[in-house]
Design a protein around this ligand. Sequence first.
Ligand SMILES: Cc1ncc(C[n+]2csc(CCOP(=O)(O)OP(=O)(O)O)c2C)c(N)n1
Length: 204
Amino acid sequence: MEQFQMIRYLDGNGNLLNFEIPKALSLDFIKELYERLTLVRAFDRKAISLQRQGRLGTYAPFEGQEAAQVGSALALQPNDWLFPTYRDHAASITFGHSLKTILLYWNGRVEGCVPPEGKKIFPPAVPIATQLLHATGAAMAEKRKGTNNAAIVYFGDGATSEGDFHEGLNFASVFKAPVVFFNQNNQYAISVPIEKQMNSETIA
Ligand SMILES: Cc1ncc(C[n+]2csc(CCOP(=O)(O)OP(=O)(O)O)c2C)c(N)n1
């Protein structure tokens, strides 16, 4: 089986490793990416602080997963669908959610589930892996309607141990649904390390 390896662009001190900036990326776009990463990291740290002060009900941090979320959400077209979990606010913010909406969500307010007008962003899925089925269904509907719209669905390594994960992938495969399954393997299902959770060598 092909081995997948970690991709690294910076060393531990922030020095650039052997990496050339792809020609397709303009300096302006690189600055935009950096700005977006900085924004979501600041938001994440502020939200943790608010939660510790008792001013937010609860909060699931995403530090370390910003680039995966910002980059993938920026690759979407405006009419695509986004299905996040409780840990994917960087993706939702990048695709159009306001910071205020996310804070309302964590204070248990229903307004926190409402996307901006015309944006197809689902409320964060807390029941693990259920969102894979929702995304597959939305993508199948887009296909039946004959549009070019697609769906992206985020999920953790732990979610791959759920039946919903397999059902979602199977339906998407059988019906050729335009859905991107975007796994973020942070090595833990909250507290259970990946080697205790699966026998697969890699999630891919
Ligand atoms: C259907 C369901 N079963 C169990 C839980 C309890 N639970 C909350 S988070 C979690 C682990 C999720 O792990 P992973 O998908 O890797 O996400 P992350 O660790 O990034 O939060 C579990 C089992 C749940 N929320 N939903």
